[in-house]
Design a protein around this ligand. Sequence first.
Ligand code: 8YV
Length: 317
Amino acid sequence: PASKPRIVQIGPLSGSPVAQPLIDAHFEPFRLWEEADPIAALRREAGSITAIVTTANYGCTRQIIEAMPALKAICSWGVGYDSIDIAAAREHGVLVSNTPDVLTDCVADTAWGLMIAASRRIAQGDRFVREGHWGQVHGSFPLGNRVSGKKLGILGLGRIGEAIARRGQGFDMEIRYHNRHARNDVPWAYADSLTALAAWADFLVIATVGGAGTHHLVNASVLEALGPDGILVNISRGSVIDETALIQALQQGKLRSAGLDVFEHEPQVPAALRSLDNVVLLPHIASATHETRAAMAELVLHNLQAFFETGKVLTPV
Ligand code: 8YV
């Protein structure tokens, strides 16, 4: 059999049991994360390697790109590419692919899980039962708030934001969004500013991209606009929210609750956030289903295969 093409792999593909076997069946990955001095190892080993496989989590730095003179493609597992130095890739004529579409539904489902959990106190209810308070005199369970029919504001109406909005129609919600540009192909009203959207919304859901362009977009004044009855949900990147301002708002009762799948310095979650009762905290699992993670693995594989066969990737960013 023909020998398998060598590729550079930045980090372990631990997010799916099928991902690594799939890559290993077709390629011979050079395991960069096992190297004490990765850049020196690349200079030594990767002079003729043309492709990198990485993840949204590990990304790819300019240093890595510039240590691989033959590099032509970076194929990433995950839809977000804020961790990849796109400017460096463009400068060096390196194609970048991600895994759009296949994770849209599961990420949107998770946003809804967080919205309902944060509003209806699902996680608190679970703790209440586990701790044996149900039926005890001291333990009447505080009321939550209605979800159906409320106002849903979405920051970032891309594929995932749109899937969140469509689900909102099933909950009879009024829906508005804020985006870099208004879209004329959707039935929902555009809010001129994030602050206006937050002031209007009962639920503000963050579905925008990460990176420098959206850093701390959700700051103290946006949180203040969302107000004491507002609920904030984030399934995009922790960097979009000023986490310190969020903690303060929650501590001071300036926000009803929050549902978070992503954090500014994950996997570190501030103790102050963990100690609050009115937050639902998830370990970045919005895409983490067997079905979606397998589809992501296949799309990474197909991008790599397309690159080796045609010089192009299927889903370029
Ligand atoms: C990834 C994600 O699974 O797709 C993204 O952008 O954040 C997740 O779906 C995870 O970050 C992989 O590293």
